[in-house]
Write a protein that binds this ligand. Structure first.
Ligand code: ATP
Ligand code: MG
Length: 139
């Protein structure tokens, strides 16, 4: 865990690595919720991190023996960026065609509907999938 304050931009950053097992998806969710606390965006952030962490485990080398994935939160006063770092693989994160999403292919559509933007960087040796959620002012 690495709490960090960028005082010029007023952005806080927290990151943590997790073993690449299904049980760690709820740990990643708790990690995010513990920093956001009881604010309206927390549930959305938990859903988004669940989808991205699940993808890391299911679609990348992070889900293989001894694999790991990382979660980073960048929280400013008006926005939150969630990022999941994986260990790569041959496929690329992409929105599936709507007609093929009966059983699967819904996760990134959900991320797209809940966030302002999402994106990917990296390559088959490791990718980061990130998503941006606006933050309202807390009381
Ligand atoms: N981190 C990732 N690395 C590589 N490929 C990915 C990653 N995340 C998603 N993908 C690819 O993008 C596709 C769409 O992802 P999405 O989460 O929408 O659907 P899914 O994981 O297949 O199914 P669901 O999320 O509905 O259970 C995946 O099938 C996979 O091919
Ligand atoms: Mg998915």
């Amino acid at each position: 865990m690495c709490p960090m304050l960028n005082s010029r931009l007023d952005i806080h950053r927290w990151c943590r690595n997790f073993p690449g097992t299904k049980a760690q998806i709820s740990e990643a969710r708790r990690f995010v919720a513990s920093y956001l606390g009881d604010r309206p965006e927390t549930y959305t952030a938990e859903v988004v991190i669940s989808e991205l962490a699940t993808n890391a485990i299911r679609h990348t080398h992070s889900g293989q023996a001894a694999g790991r994935f990382g979660v980073t939160l960048h929280a400013g006063t008006t926005l939150l960026i969630l990022a999941v770092h994986d260990e790569g693989g041959p496929s690329t994160p992409r929105l599936c065609q709507a007609e093929n999403t009966d059983q699967s292919g819904r996760g990134l559509h959900l991320v797209e509907s809940l966030t302002t933007r999402w994106g990917v960087h990296g390559d088959e040796s490791g990718r980061t999938v990130w998503a941006l959620i606006p933050l309202g002012r807390t009381a």
